[in-house]
Design a protein around this ligand. Structure first.
Ligand code: SF4
Length: 205
């Protein structure tokens, strides 16, 4: 039994479909299995999905992929269209900012598209999560996100926020603020199947 089995059992008791993987490679294979019958996949902004190569793997399947990353490669990008299309894809794939020991997914979003797709978008959602995202309480999770995820995300996106510039959250009110929507997903909403693939590696931030 792995040290995360209690968490996996708890998530399954909450009607999530939780599975544990020793490495990203085996989790990626499981994702490809889960999307086998999907014609379209929405992919949320996620360093985990990019770093593992899963993004490229899914694009190479030939399925229709809705993603702001792909949209940006077009001559006239329309990220809003990509975000809205992703809401009606067959499957939505993302990571999570944090997973609590109590089995809650905690996410902070600037536009809200990613969190909305997780709780009110496609009927099937797949969350790929490294064990580095595990936090104690929801409070700990938000603390972790503000201290660890936000500064790195802000720098990756070249934002002028205090977390990027100083490495500290100042609860800013800049137009570029990333922390506009905070969602605590405690149970899958009705009609939604949420797969949480927990990987015994540090993935994303
Ligand atoms: S509120 Fe502003 S400074 Fe704080 S983490 Fe969010 S974007 Fe960064």
């Amino acid at each position: 039994m792995n040290e995360y089995q209690d968490l996996i059992d708890l998530l399954n008791s909450k009607r999530f479909h939780a599975e544990f993987f020793e490495d990203a490679s085996s989790a990626k294979k499981r994702v490809i299995e889960l999307i086998a019958d999907a014609a379209s996949v929405g992919i949320g902004g996620s360093q985990t999905i990019m770093d593992t190569g899963l993004f490229d793997d899914i694009v190479s399947t030939g399925k229709t992929v809705y993603s702001a990353v792909l949209e940006q490669q077009k001559e006239k990008p329309d990220k809003m269209a990509a975000w809205k299309n992703a809401m009606s894809a067959d499957v939505y794939l993302t990571s999570t900012n944090a997973l609590t020991r109590g089995g809650d997914l905690i996410n902070i979003d600037g536009n809200g598209n990613r969190v909305a797709a997780m709780f009110f978008g496609p009927d099937t959602v797949i969350v790929l999560c490294g064990v580095n995202k595990i936090a104690g309480s929801p409070h700990d999770a938000i603390d972790r996100i503000k201290k660890t995820a936000c500064p790195q995300n802000a720098r990756r996106l070249n934002l002028p926020t205090p977390c990027a510039v100083e490495g500290v959250c100042r609860d800013c009110s800049l137009p570029e603020r990333m922390c506009n929507v905070t969602v605590r997903l405690q149970y899958p909403p009705r009609g939604k199947e949420i797969y949480i693939l927990l990987v015994n590696e540090a993935l994303g931030f």
